[in-house]
Design a protein around this ligand. Structure first.
Ligand SMILES: [Zn+2]
Length: 451
């Protein structure tokens, strides 16, 4: 009996070992194929240089839709289609923020209106700055103290977190709520210190939200300007003047772009995706051009290596992540209406930097199974499977019970350039970008095979 048990254990462990060996050979094939023949980097150059930034509702976004459609065909998708979605149209227009100097002259400050913010309608709006360093400090101010003032929320991006997303999340409420909080106490407009990990003067835009009908403007300044304002305020009053034309211009019919290779065994779906839109400054390279080209690379690699996928592998280029998430919401709604079974969905929307891990938002059993594959990823520098969030566009799927995930790249440089004019193709490294595509292909290969 003992001997039989021993033999079967040996056979079992040989089978498990054989599986692991087969998987590690496939992992190497995927990585080698992508690093040598991957097209993601040249495609990203094309997207960022020939189309550029692509805010929802803009002409360049519509060009990006046609571009993504073509790239999915080129990559070998069996089927490519557009999914209709109504998106908000926000337009920036001309804008300036000026500070009154000692000799009475006005001097320009580098600034960006926050996305979705209303402007001043092209008129000058000026007033005295009052600065707060935190929400708690702001709450202590009376409406009399805030009335007709410009509130400057000078809350610094925390340098303490190793994962910079935590610093970003910590500071995000200043961007989303500054305008409405200021309006509630009668202030004229709000200025925030940018949600930026850098020590420079680059302003970062990003979505804000109004809590009620009092829609006053909100703008961001770079960290150097924020520090200079704080320094000046120690010894003097500061008067600033805003003139901006931004605002919401209704809605427009737009599209997410979807392409897939059909499952050989069944039609249940594995999603890999990023968002095709970007803010209206820079080139939307790391956010999220890299996610788009990495997702397309996954499909192409399955095709090029002739990997027989059991389930349908679907690339989704989501519309309108940045200022509405309408693409993600529409995708979830349609999946529900069509009764599509989704096995797994992963997003790549944290920059095209060296992959470090995969964040897993799913039940414990599934998380543990994926974590048990960690050794396969180690030779590729991918080790971090502890986080439990997933991408914004996948929340509707997550709410339907689909296991969701997000690629976790190195985060040290992302918030230096996120939502700025600095988010350009030149900031992307080819190998880092393609390693991310390789990690995505590897995890999808394992899920397709085992789930
Ligand atoms: Zn993004």
């Amino acid at each position: 009996m003992k001997k039989i048990l021993g033999t079967s254990l040996l056979l079992l462990s040989m089978a498990v070992f054989g599986q692991a060996k087969e998987d590690s050979i496939q992992f190497a094939k995927i990585s080698t194929e992508i690093l040598n023949n991957g097209k993601g980097y040249t495609e990203l150059r094309d997207l960022t240089k020939n189309i550029g930034h692509r805010l929802s509702g803009s002409e360049s976004y519509e060009k990006a839709v046609k571009w993504a459609e073509q790239k999915l065909h080129d990559a070998g998708a069996d089927k490519v289609w557009l999914q209709e979605v109504m998106v908000p149209v926000w337009v920036r227009g001309k804008e300036s923020l000026q500070i009154k100097t000692a000799n009475g002259k006005w001097k320009n400050l580098k600034m960006l209106s926050l996305g979705n913010s209303e402007g001043t309608g092209g008129k000058d709006v000026s007033g005295e700055i009052i600065m707060v360093k935190s929400m708690e400090e702001y709450e202590k101010l009376s409406p009399e103290q805030v009335k007709d003032k410009i509130v400057f929320f000078n809350y610094p991006f925390s340098q303490s977190y190793i994962e910079t997303f935590r610093g970003y999340s910590d500071a995000a409420k200043y961007r989303t709520t500054a305008a409405s909080l200021t309006a509630k106490k009668g202030g004229k407009f709000a200025i925030i210190r940018s949600l930026s990990s850098a020590f420079d003067d680059v302003p970062h835009t990003g979505a804000m939200r109004y809590q009620d009908d009092k829609k006053i403007p909100a703008v961001a300044v770079g960290n150097t300007t924020a520090d200079e304002l704080a320094e000046l305020l120690k010894s003097q009053k500061i008067i600033v003047k805003l003139n901006s034309n931004c605002g919401m211009k209704g809605e427009k019919l737009s599209h997410s772009v979807i392409g897939e290779i059909t499952g050989k065994k069944d039609k249940s779906v594995i999603v890999v995706g990023g968002h095709l839109d970007s803010w209206d400054v820079g080139e939307g390279a790391h956010d999220d051009g890299t996610g788009i080209v990495q997702s397309i690379e996954v499909l192409r690699t399955f095709k090029n290596l002739g990997i027989k996928n059991n389930h349908t592998i679907r690339v989704v280029c989501f519309a309108n992540e940045e200022n509405g998430v309408k693409g993600g919401v529409q995708y979830g709604k349609t999946a529900k209406e069509n009764n599509e079974k989704h096995l797994f969905a992963i997003e790549t929307d944290a920059g095209g930097f060296t992959p470090r891990g995969i964040s897993l938002e799913m039940d414990n059993e599934k998380r543990k199974q994926i974590q048990s594959w960690a050794n396969l990823f180690l030779p590729y520098g991918v080790y971090d499977f502890k986080n439990t969030y997933s991408g914004t566009d996948l929340y509707p799927l997550h709410d339907m019970g689909v296991p969701t995930a997000e690629l976790v790249p190195d985060s040290q440089r992302y918030f230096d350039i996120h939502h700025t004019e600095e988010d350009t193709f030149e900031k992307v490294n080819r190998r880092e970008l393609l390693l991310g595509a390789s990690t995505l292909t590897q995890i999808i290969y394992l899920i397709d095979k085992n789930w």
